[in-house]
Design a protein around this ligand. Structure first.
Ligand code: PMP
Length: 402
């Protein structure tokens, strides 16, 4: 017998059940096989445009071989936290490699990106501190604010006037004020205005924490992140990244100055009381950095594909927001329509996911699409053809105002 839940939870389940009964439920789809850009679902091939595998490294032979070798040397898991019995030489080696790659003094690796934000933000934001959040920050940052003892205020999405108002109102009320923003926003694919954020942080004496989950591996020179893209690496106090996207693995990294990282290492509960990254996951990330450093064509191919798709969608007449990255959202509007379109795409061999309220405001459902260095032009051309058909079939909007 089920436990009792809130009426909001009941409404959510009713909606999920309604969608399932109409064969429109787009979540938890089972992937049978994966070759990176193509996955098998119900025995049928689908072109994957719903993944964060931006560099396509999940299937790179050198990366796979490194993971296998790590299992052979260290076994499959660490069975404990770094703090106690789970601190391998390769964890520390990876931290050094990441610090060099990102351009910060020190790096600390966590077992997931979510845990990185939960642990780091709750460690740095004590009862006398305050965090200023972009209104579109990732869920893990919001949950971190629930764990942190400090206070949180929001500013309007990427609106630096709104941020300045919050700085003015709060800078004298707290011991420290930390501006927290995604480097690349995960749903809309736009980039944080880091240069202006740096100027404001210096003007008011605030700190900057960037969640660059979608930026590391992608933005800047050799993928050294959004802070590198803007040339402000030394002005970003703490930078966070995950390995669950470009680095083809699972885990997260926090980088910054040695002293702050050492504090976080001894305060972040999600770091101290959770098992360390599995050896194969560590070796995967390390091998990805080697491949990135050696192969100059990866980023060329990625940005070429991104340009091709952004132009293609705009030619068909879709509204793609202010996307400047491999994440290209397609505005749909009505949330049920976004499910119908997702099903249509799937029936025509394309895997993408809808983003519906409460993840976006009511009436602003979108289909989130994202691209890899390894997509071929023929795969991408097919995707555009299917979207062009969907536009006609469902009379999809060309602007946000319709
Ligand atoms: N931050 C952002 C912006 C993300 O998009 C995600 C994952 N979707 C995370 C943090 C959490 O990363 P992980 O998957 O490694 O837990």
């Amino acid at each position: 017998m089920s436990l009792k839940f809130s009426s909001a939870a009941d409404r959510l389940m009713d909606k999920a059940n309604m969608l399932k009964s109409k064969d429109l439920y787009p979540f938890f789809r089972q992937i049978g096989d994966s070759e990176g850009t193509v996955v098998k679902i119900d025995g049928r091939d689908q072109i994957m445009i719903g993944s964060n595998n931006y560099l396509g490294l999940t299937h790179h032979p050198h990366v796979k071989e490194a993971a296998i070798k790590a299992i052979e040397k260290y076994g499959t898991g660490c069975t404990g936290s770094r703090f106690l019995n789970g601190n391998l030489t390769i964890h520390e080696e990876l931290e050094e490699k990441l610090a060099t790659y990102l351009g910060h003094e020190k790096a600390l690796i966590f077992s997931t990106g979510m845990q990185t934000n939960l642990g780091a933000l709750s460690a740095i934001c004590g009862p006398r501190d305050c965090m200023l959040f972009d209104s579109e920050n990732h869920a893990s940052i919001i949950d971190a604010s629930r764990l942190a003892m400090g206070t949180t205020f929001k500013y309007r999405h990427n609106d630096m006037e709104s941020l300045e108002e919050q700085l003015e109102a709060n800078i004298d009320r707290f011991q420290k004020v930390i501006i927290v923003a995604d480097g690349v926003f995960s749903m809309t694919g736009d980039i944080a205005n880091l240069p202006e954020m740096v100027r404001l942080a210096e003007k008011y004496g605030a700190y900057i924490y960037v969640d660059d989950a979608h930026g590391i591996g992608v933005m800047g020179e050799k993928g050294a992140g959004t802070m590198n893209h803007f040339g402000v690496t030394d002005k970003v106090h703490l930078n966070m990244g995950t390995f669950s996207k470009s680095f083809a693995s699972i885990g997260g990294v926090l980088s910054g100055d040695a002293e702050t990282i050492n504090y976080v290492k001894h305060l972040a509960r999600s770091f101290m009381f959770s098992a360390s990254m599995a050896p194969s996951a560590v070796a995967t990330v390390s091998a990805c950095i080697d491949v990135i450093n050696e192969d100059d064509t990866l980023h060329e191919k990625l940005w070429d594909n991104v340009q091709f798709m952004r132009n293609g969608f705009q030619e068909i007449g879709f509204y793609t927001y202010n996307s400047q990255t491999p994440i290209i959202p397609i505005f749909i509007g009505d949330d049920v329509k976004s499910m119908l379109v997702t099903k249509f795409l799937s029936d025509h061999g394309v895997f993408a996911t809808p983003v519906v309220p409460p993840a976006v405001p009511k009436g602003e459902a979108l289909i989130r699409t994202s691209y890899m260095a390894t997509h071929s032009k023929s795969e991408l051309t097919k995707v555009l053809e299917v979207f062009a058909k969907a536009k006609k079939e469902f009379d999809l909007p060309s602007t946000m105002g319709h």
